[in-house]
Design a protein. Structure first.
Length: 216
């Protein structure tokens, strides 16, 4: 057990050596700060590392992760990351990234109690309820599972647009796009769900906040 833990430090030293060999100024530049264009809201699944999947370097993507890449309006951690990335770092793209084979989505499709996480998974069950007619019409369990993964990403994108953080950014004239993506663990490829939203026009009126333009 200790051996596997210590292995992480050996790997770290090798990584530093490789970085310094290929770019002697890498860590000096990185220490000056970050200016990422992207916020990645992903699943905690260990098979979906944001930088490696996208071929980007440290400092390129701001990341927050939770079970099944959820945007829950009572999750202060996620909201704090969202606020900081938009209002301090000035990211231009917020991406909800789900993945096929998601254990959280799979568990939400069943009735077995898992534990504390059941309260979190109930949010995914709500997604199923919203799209119950479509999902129940899919006979193949695997295809229904994949479709719920996609629909869950779609609903989390919509949840982002319902936040005052995103709406105020748009009202203030910030260039900000919200995207939905799926990562296929079988192929390693990212799939754009073509549900990008860049302004308030696609937000239902009941979710729109009044904006005091006199404060701008």
């Amino acid at each position: 057990m200790i051996r596997s833990y210590k292995k992480l430090f050996d790997n770290n030293k090798n990584w530093v050596l490789d970085r310094n060999t290929s770019d002697p100024e890498f860590f000096t530049s990185l220490a000056h700060g970050q200016s990422p264009e992207f916020l990645w809201i992903g699943c905690s699944d260990s098979r979906v590392p944001a930088n490696e999947v996208t071929g980007t370097a440290p400092g390129d993507i701001f990341v927050t992760r939770n079970i099944a890449n959820m945007v829950v309006h009572t999750d202060m951690s996620m909201l704090s990351v969202l606020d900081y990335s938009i209002n301090v770092l000035g990211v231009k793209h917020v991406m909800v990234v789900g993945h096929y084979g998601c254990g959280g989505v799979k568990a939400a499709m069943g009735t077995k109690q898992v534990g504390l996480i059941d309260n979190w998974l109930r949010n995914i069950k709500d997604v199923y309820r919203l799209h119950e007619k479509e999902l129940d019409a899919i006979d193949n369990d695997h295809d229904r599972f994949n479709r719920l993964v996609e629909l869950n990403v779609r609903e989390q994108v919509l949840n982002l647009t319902k936040t005052s953080i995103v709406q105020n950014a748009w009202a203030n004239g910030q260039d900000l796009l919200v995207h939905g993506l799926i990562y296929d663990v079988h192929t390693g490829l990212l799939k754009d769900l073509d549900i990008s939203i860049g302004d308030i026009s696609k937000v239902k009126s009941v979710y729109k906040f009044d904006v005091d333009y006199s404060l701008q």
